[in-house]
Design a protein around this ligand. Structure first.
Ligand SMILES: Cc1cc2nc3c(=O)[nH]c(=O)nc-3n(C[C@H](O)[C@H](O)[C@H](O)COP(=O)(O)OP(=O)(O)OC[C@H]3O[C@@H](n4cnc5c(N)ncnc54)[C@H](O)[C@@H]3O)c2cc1C
Length: 414
């Protein structure tokens, strides 16, 4: 890019773009943030009546990089931890999942020997070096365990990583995420919109020029082009999907990344119900199916009291049912709801079905690096598809911080 003293551009106003913009502005640069619709991306919450409900279930990792970065930028994070006690959905029945000592002692899902093997595996997890597993798949990693222990661990891997494709998922990345998950997650008051709003305020206070509803058409030769005109820039962070980043720049690394990407998908059913749900049935995971149901509102506030916000999801989404009929996914979600909360339909106030959500644009696969964040000294990409140590939002934040550091370091050298 040519304009050495020109501002920097961040394209994409999701959480990664907002964090990149705030970090660059805090580093003393003039920053323009371009967002094609409204700020927040997949991290925003949408109103369902009086309730600010996330687009599918969202949990912030207590030990994750995103939480640290948000706190460092002065964004307040309020919410609560979901219960550890979890039910397992197996062949149309509910049983305790052995994730707490009491449940482990009573669950019929495992024999005494299998419970011991599981407890030993979980105890070993904390001491494991995830790097030692890089290049192997999760399936290979779990292969020595008994099939029923593997099944239970499959549910644990899915809920911690969102990934249902254990054959193509790098065991090192999964192990690192499982270690972080052991420290718990937070459901946030006001949904993840509270993070979007906090970051917007921070960006505004730092002087970031925010262009909302301003889709970028091209980033090339030191120019960012939108329908409203052109801006000369000295560098850019593309905090968008690999497809959009490729369309904007035509960069060959992005064509390659797009070609190889294995997206992580989910189908989600977001519900607001009148009244409370049985406290013993707040959280359930499929053991023989990649299903998740969790009530989020007992530990975080999304709207007025007296109502319950429940998120249900099928990990893998359309990949699970061969990719065609969203009705099959909805049936699967409703069947899980029927099993947990028989009368939920009579109490339903709002529902939103999202059959094809992209949770992450690329999965860490064994032996295959993801797209590098640095495409050139003045051109970086950020998102949950960029190479790094983390997953999900933490990966998006990791690459956003790396991009900001790279562009700021360039100024220091110049
Ligand atoms: C159902 C679901 C559940 C999830 N649960 C969790 C979870 O529990 N924990 C966790 O850590 N992560 C979770 N994630 C992942 C997390 O939401 C994402 O990793 C994170 O929000 C990605 O942020 P981003 O800014 O990189 O991308 P996005 O949020 O996708 O933002 C990209 C932005 O770019 C904008 N844009 C696109 N094209 C252009 C253009 N041409 N010009 C300008 N702007 C453009 C888009 O409008 C969008 O706002 C979940 C995701 C989903 C979908």
């Amino acid at each position: 890019m040519t304009h050495a003293h020109a501002p920097l551009a961040v394209v994409g106003g999701g959480l990664a773009g907002l964090i990149a913009a705030a970090t660059l502005a805090r580093g003393g640069r003039e920053v323009h943030l371009f967002e094609g619709s409204r700020l927040g991306g997949r991290g925003r919450s949408e109103w369902m009546g009086e309730f600010a409900v996330n687009l599918g279930p969202h949990a912030l990792y207590v030990q994750g990089l995103a939480r640290r970065a948000l706190l460092d930028l002065g964004v307040s994070i309020r919410g609560g931890r979901p219960p550890l006690s979890t039910l397992g959905l197996v062949e149309g029945e509910l049983h305790p999942l052995p994730f707490t000592p009491m449940a482990a002692a009573s669950t019929p899902l495992l024999t005494a020997g299998e419970r011991f093997a599981l407890a030993r595996w979980v105890a070993g997890l904390a001491l494991l070096r995830p790097e030692s597993l890089r290049g192997r798949s999760v399936s290979q990693w779990l292969a020595p365990l008994a099939p029923r222990v593997r099944r239970v661990l499959g549910a644990l891997v899915r809920v911690s990583t969102y990934c249902a494709d254990l054959e193509r998922f790098d065991a090192g990345a999964a192990a690192a995420q499982l270690q972080r998950a052991l420290h718990g997650v937070l459901y946030l008051d006001g949904g993840w919109q509270s993070l979007v709003d906090g970051l917007r305020s921070r960006c505004e206070a730092l002087g970031v020029v925010i262009h909302e509803h301003a889709a970028v058409r091209r980033v090339e030769g030191g120019l960012v082009t939108t329908d409203a005109g052109e801006l000369g820039v000295s560098g850019a962070v593309l905090a968008v999907s690999p497809k959009v980043a490729h369309k904007l720049t035509g960069h060959p690394r992005l064509a390659e990344a797009l070609d190889r990407a294995t997206p992580v998908r989910a189908a989600c059913l977001d519900l607001v119900l009148r009244g409370d749900v049985d406290p013993a049935r707040r959280f359930a995971l499929g053991v023989d199916r990649p299903v998740y149901v969790s009530e989020h509102s007992s530990v975080a506030r999304f709207g007025p009291p007296g109502f319950t916000v429940v998120h249900a999801a099928v990990y893998g989404g359309q990949d699970v049912h061969g990719g065609t009929d969203p009705g099959l996914l909805r049936n699967e979600l409703e069947e899980a709801m029927d099993l947990l909360y028989g009368d939920w339909r009579a109490r339903q106030v709002h529902d939103r079905f999202l059959p094809a959500m992209t949770v992450a644009h690329d999965l860490p696969r064994p032996g295959e690096p993801r797209c590098p964040g640095r495409l050139a000294a003045d051109l970086w990409v950020a998102g949950d598809w960029v190479q790094g140590e983390h997953l999900l939002l933490d990966a998006a934040v990791e690459s956003a911080l790396a991009a900001a550091a790279g562009l700021l370091a360039r100024k220091a050298v110049a």
